[in-house]
Design a protein around this ligand. Structure first.
Ligand SMILES: [Zn+2]
Length: 427
């Protein structure tokens, strides 16, 4: 039976991947995009469908006026289970110092309070986010994610530099994610914490899980701090000291005397489907390595400034050819989960990168990295109509620059109710 069609008209439409359209429109049928482009062209396409009897009833037209329509944003890296730590782990001058405070707070509390996850997700939704890549050391956020109207990859993170049996550690993680109740919106996946906190045999095994069993995507924190480079080069420094303090140092481990990405490549961990998060301290050789191996680099600039690792070299990231996505990291190292706020910081930190590429990172690149590129991340026929409308002053000339200038939630609204997409989907 033919469905009903909704035509949404806006002063600016940003399909992503192609230039913005002035006086544009998007035609939506059954929560899917059927046409996008100049308003006159979209209306002509819809008229053809009506006269061919492919649409039931007359189309509904909504003119949103001076707004920019764009796909919902993708937050490719966060830790929802840490939401309860909002405001409790102050900015630090080094990452090991920040981690010490974080570990002490978690230890003192005796666990994570999952009650903070729901409100964090609601605020992310209000800030225009449609999908998240979420890291958990457990599965406490999983239920909240499946109840929320989010698409998500729930990464189960493996950590342990001296596990009794690296293989059994991975087996246990696999069993844990396979036992989770299935969800039409949330996909469980595996992650390794970082090269300095995970045993090389575990990293090797995870690489095999990715290549041989197709467990994609897979995530890892990589090149976040300068101390990581020192640890891998010589086995010394603040990470070595912290492993000793925690009683997890492995005396048989020998420093590989190489760089972070070269180390993970040698272990077979890196490749298509991997999200390497941060990369602040990766040299050009490592960035080119990630590009060659088809890894997506997820940048979280506000978190980097908070944890004291320094500003990420945004211009070098893009110049290297690596695919770049955007994350907020957790509320333990950020004030909110707004990807628009992250874009504002990216713009401030990059001189050369066009706004269109920053927006592409916060939408399509993130969706692709999470395996959702056929559904989300761009406005194109067949994609889900998960669209946000951002109020834009009528005098705006460069709408892309405007959108990376900092957009607060009160200027954002969803074009159709996110709940409606969910109702529509098979379990
Ligand atoms: Zn993280």
């Amino acid at each position: 039976m033919p469905g009903e069609i909704l035509v949404v008209r806006a002063a600016h439409v940003l399909p992503v991947g192609t230039p913005p359209v002035r006086d544009g429109a998007v035609a939506i049928e059954d929560h899917r995009i059927v046409a996008v482009g100049p308003a006159a062209m979209v209306q002509a396409t819809v008229s053809e469908r009506v006269s061919a009897g492919r649409v039931g009833g007359s189309p509904t037209l909504r003119d949103l006026g001076s707004v920019a329509l764009l796909p919902g944003l993708v937050n490719s890296h966060t830790h929802l289970e840490l939401s309860w730590l909002s405001g409790r782990v102050p900015p630090a001058s080094t990452l090991p110092a920040w981690v010490r405070t974080l570990l002490a707070a978690r230890r003192a509390a005796g666990g994570d309070d999952a009650a903070a996850v729901g409100p964090a997700l609601r605020s992310a939704r209000e800030a225009g986010t449609v999908a998240v890549g979420d890291i958990g050391n457990g599965t406490s956020a999983y239920a909240s994610l499946t109840e929320a109207v989010f698409d998500a990859v729930a990464f189960y993170e493996i950590i342990g530099f001296a596990p009794e049996n690296p293989d059994r550690l991975v087996d246990a993680a696999v069993a844990e994610i396979e036992a989770l109740p299935s969800s039409p919106t949330v996909r469980p996946a595996l992650a390794a914490h970082a090269p300095y906190s995970v045993h090389p045999d575990t990293l090797r095994r995870l690489g095999r899980e990715r290549q041989e069993r197709g467990r994609r995507p897979m995530s890892v924190h990589l090149g976040e701090s300068g101390e990581e480079g020192e640890f891998l080069a010589s086995g010394t420094g603040a990470w070595r000291a912290l492993l000793g303090e925690l009683g997890t140092w492995n005396p048989s481990w020998k420093a590989p005397a190489t760089t972070p990405a070269a180390y993970l490549e040698a272990l077979g961990f890196l490749g298509p489907g991997v999200l390497a998060v941060h990369g602040v301290h990766l040299g050009d050789g490592d960035l080119e390595r990630l590009a060659r191996l088809d890894v997506t680099l997820v940048t979280c600039p506000r978190s980097n400034l908070w944890t004291g690792v320094g500003a990420p070299p945004i211009d070098r990231f893009y110049a290297s050819g690596v695919k770049v996505a955007v994350g907020t990291d957790s509320l333990a190292s950020n004030t909110d989960l707004s990807v628009f706020a992250e874009l504002e910081t990216l713009r401030r930190l990059s001189r050369d990168v066009p706004a269109s590429r920053l927006i592409e990172s916060a939408t399509l690149r993130g969706a692709e990295a999470l395996g959702l590129g056929a559904e989300l991340g761009s406005i194109a026929p067949g994609r889900r109509a998960a669209l946000v409308a951002v109020d834009v002053p009528p005098s705006t000339v460069d709408v892309e620059e405007y959108l990376v200038g900092g957009i607060p939630p009160d200027r954002i609204r969803w074009v159709t109710s996110p709940e409606s997409w969910r109702l529509d989907r098979p379990c």
